[in-house]
Design a protein around this ligand. Structure first.
Ligand code: AQP
Length: 341
């Protein structure tokens, strides 16, 4: 069977990149797959989180999933810490993954920065927990932005090494040879890497100190309009062909955002706006962004005003998630050779 798993960290400032790279895809995929969408709170604490803010953010990310159109009664929506098998499998995978593999992870290098000695061990082992998130459901497909591609390749390597290392035991326990399937990344569309509005070389990110660099899902129509009007561009008009986007990262980014929001591609945007002035295009982008994000923002506001409802969705999702995860963990314990209750 085909199962989708993906997660978003509750670290505040959900932005247009998270929406286009992940959450919008979550909604599209529920037509064809069984989906498990997780608020990955255990990933969030790999860097310090204020406990009061963390709780708020967990509910806010869940609200964003639901407001964008994820059906919490058909699909599984929950927060990671409610299902203990994520941490349990992560420990086993810590013992499968190699130090050399983790040493190659570029996100750790970026997030740890110069003061690497002072980064948490959790930040370093983060990709193993992410592998556990996916493999504990034996998920086959993982929609993510391009920044997560390397972590997903690692999850595939870990799955393969586990299957190889324990091949004899997997067979002895009567389990399928490829016990952990190889999860496929789903990275497609015109906005798999949304860039900062202030710098076309940096990705749009929750942790960018400049609020003007990103469009938050909680921004008002006025804030969205101001940020897009002030977004960095070069002085040239919009190109008349795709070729003309080369070496123009800011133009490329805005066109990609428009294309993703309008469900077309860059060519479609150029057909409509090519050769025109940026001021005009930006106004069209403001209108489109406000039209698409406005209703999501309003629904998020409505949902977070009723935390009891969100907590019920999360609790119900966690119970359904745990039923799947517990089955995998029982098998993993048998495969590894642990004595079970
Ligand atoms: N700029 C982006 N463009 C497209 N997709 C993006 N994603 C993140 N940024 C972009 C995708 O959003 C999902 C959730 O990301 P996350 O919350 O797990 O954390 P992240 O990737 O570390 O996101 P941020 O917003 O950039 O946070 P910070 O500032 O903490 O690093 C993932 O599918 C991700 O690919």
């Amino acid at each position: 069977s085909q199962r989708v798993f993906s997660g978003v960290q509750p670290t505040g400032n959900l932005h247009l990149g998270n929406y286009l790279g992940a959450i919008k895809r979550f909604v599209e995929l529920q037509e064809g797959y069984d989906c498990i969408y997780c608020v990955v709170d255990m990933h969030a604490i790999t860097v310090w989180q204020d406990p009061v803010e963390l709780k708020k953010s967990i509910r806010e990310v869940a609200a964003a999933f639901l407001a964008a159109g994820v059906d919490g009664s058909k699909q599984i929506v929950f927060n990671q810490s409610q299902v203990p098998q994520h941490a349990e499998l992560a420990w086993v995978l810590n013992c499968v993954a190699r130090l050399g593999w983790l040493n190659r992870m570029t996100q750790f290098k970026e997030k740890a920065g110069k003061d690497r000695e002072n980064a948490s061990v959790g930040l370093y082992a983060y990709p193993n927990l992410m592998a556990a998130d996916i493999l504990v459901y034996r998920a086959t497909h993982v929609p993510v932005g391009e920044d997560q591609k390397q972590h997903l390749e690692l999850a595939r390597d870990i799955a393969q090494k586990f299957n190889n290392d324990f091949a004899t035991s997997i067979a002895a326990n009567g389990l399928p040879e490829k016990f952990f399937p190889q999860p496929q990344p789903l990275i497609a569309g015109p906005a798999t890497r949304v860039m900062s509005l202030r710098d076309g070389a940096k990705k749009m990110s929750k942790s960018d100190p400049s609020d003007a660099s990103r469009i938050n899902l909680t921004d008002s129509a006025d804030q969205i309009a101001n940020k897009i009007r002030r977004a960095k561009t070069d002085p040239l008009p919009l190109p008349e062909s795709l070729d003309g986007l080369k070496e123009r990262p800011e133009a490329d980014n805005l066109i990609g955002i428009y294309a993703a929001l309008a469900d077309t591609d860059a060519q479609g945007v150029i057909d409509e706006f090519g050769g025109g002035q940026f001021s005009q295009f930006k106004q069209a982008l403001v209108d489109l962004t406000v039209a698409k994000l406005g209703p999501i923002n309003a629904e998020m506001t409505r949902l977070v005003a009723d935390p009891g409802h969100i907590d019920r969705v999360l609790g119900d999702g966690a119970a359904r998630a745990e039923a799947i995860a517990a089955e995998t963990m029982t098998a993993v314990k048998d495969i590894v050779g642990f004595v079970r209750r």
